[in-house]
Design a protein around this ligand. Structure first.
Ligand code: NAD
Length: 424
């Protein structure tokens, strides 16, 4: 079961207890009744499963997996599955609650869920990974389905893992069930336009904030931490809108070019070097200098917890856009707020990915593939509606964008919970 605030070890940093306190603060800000706040806080279902796997050597190893549905009052659960040695109940519970809030903020008809297996997949052969995935999918199969809970890729899981889950559930049900997971390849019900959707959402939010602040895109210098599935498309999308990318970091180091990094030259260099470091014409700098480079917008698009108190104090940019999940610590957020630096929070900024998942699921249910233009038009509309809703609540509530977004999500969940009443 998840840790309760009065449990013995509750004083240690715990992502689940952090989410609980954020939801409770949002509930208090909105003036919700205490019983409603508690209904929203507690996860609806917590499933822990044993995952026995026959290894290549013939022996059987035991792994532990979870699937948690946090809140399904607005629709079926939605959230990724991660394979990582650090996975535990509280981490998955925290991530499932984040998904409830994120789906409500962008107003898509989903609740929040998350799953994971405590394993280091780098230690498994492909055959072992497939057997682990299928046994885990079998174990959580009673809980998932297109109208119950729809997993997606997360850390160390990808389109192949999703394909094995889709196949396992389809075999169990006796018919093709593409809508049980998203992030699938096109050949089995994936969606055109899905790749890069998170980055497009980040771009939409950045443009919308600049407009609200009366700033011109072509006068902005941007630094980006991360050049992966989210960071790499961002370099091109933001450059296309006239912004100058002056610094980028990845796991191997960081580069700086005050005259602006050319996205095509960087993509070509990365293809060969597998790192941004060494791009001709750019200066190599220490990775921890990235956020203090002269810049206007900082976009963390790699790890969690990177903008702590110290980094926030030396942050050169006057706007932060959280493309990564949880890149700012509580202390870092307080410093940025004191310095008057607006932060577009992760639950809004990087929600383009879950909106794309929603569109994939909708296409699977319809059995009808959308053109990429329709996909992109709807994605931009959903993200801009979400930004506008958060911004207007921000002006009313007069709290930071993060607190506003969480409050908006909690408010929408409370509305659905209230109108549905209490069974039985
Ligand atoms: P990814 O694995 O494709 O890329 C991660 C990038 O971060 C890589 O360039 C890596 O080199 C870099 N990195 C790792 N350690 C670093 C370090 N110490 N310093 C600087 N850079 C470092 O991951 P991704 O899918 O791009 O996800 C990035 C972030 O965005 C994560 O927080 C993820 O949870 C979040 N996110 C991703 C999506 C999505 O659609 N992929 C959706 C929502 C949120």
């Amino acid at each position: 079961m998840v840790t309760r605030p009065n449990d013995a070890n509750a004083h240690e940093f715990n992502p689940w207890l952090r989410v609980v306190s954020l939801i409770e603060s949002a509930g208090a800000l909105l003036g919700l009744r205490d019983d409603m706040i508690q209904r929203i806080v507690m996860p609806e279902r917590v499933l822990e499963v044993a995952v026995p796997v026959r290894m290549d050597g013939g022996n059987v190893e035991m792994f532990t997996g979870w699937r948690i549905q946090h809140n399904t009052s607005r629709g079926p659960g939605k959230g990724g599955i991660r394979f990582h040695p650090s996975v535990n109940t509280d981490e998955i519970a925290a991530l499932s609650a984040d998904m409830s809030i994120k789906c409500a903020v962008v107003n898509i008809p989903y609740g929040g869920a998350k799953g994971g297996v405590k394993v280091d997949p780098a230690q498994l052969s492909r055959g072992e990974l497939e057997r682990l995935t299928r046994r885990y999918a079998f174990a959580i199969a009673p809980m998932i389905g297109p109208d119950r809970d729809i997993p997606a890729p997360d850390i160390n899981t990808d389109f192949q893992v999703m394909s094995w889950i889709m196949d396992t559930v389809s075999m169990l049900r006796g018919h093709n069930t593409p809508g049980v997971v998203t992030g699938k390849p096109l050949s089995i019900g994936g969606s055109m336009g899905h790749a890069g959707a998170t980055s497009l959402g980040v771009t939409n939010c950045t443009m919308a904030l600049l407009q609200r602040l009366g700033r011109m895109a072509n006068e902005q210098r941007v630094v980006i931490q991360g050049y992966g599935k989210v960071g790499a498309p961002l370099v091109k999308l933001l450059s296309d809108r006239g912004m100058k990318i002056v610094g980028i970091a990845d796991i191997s180091g960081a580069i700086h070019d005050p005259s602006g990094i050319d996205p095509r030259a960087l993509a070509k260099h990365y293809e060969e070097a597998k790192t941004v470091v060494g791009l001709p014409g750019a200066e190599s700098i220490a990775a921890d200098q990235l956020f203090s480079l002269p810049s206007d917008i900082a976009i963390p698009a790699a790890l969690g917890g990177v903008i702590d108190e110290r980094v926030a104090q030396s942050m050169a940019a006057s706007v932060v856009v959280e493309a990564a999940n949880g890149p700012t610590t509580g202390e870092g957020a307080a410093v940025l707020a004191d310095r008057g630096i607006p932060v577009i929070p992760d639950v809004l900024a990087n929600a383009g990915g879950v909106v794309a998942s929603y569109f994939e699921w909708a296409q699977d249910l319809q059995g009808f593939m959308w053109e990429p233009e329709l996909f992109h038009r709807r994605l931009e509309k959903t993200m801009s509606d979400a930004f506008n809703a958060v911004w207007s609540r921000h002006l009313e509530l007069k709290v930071e964008l993060r607190e506003t977004a969480i409050a908006l999500g909690v408010e929408r969940i409370a509305e659905a919970t209230e109108v549905r009443g209490l069974f039985p």
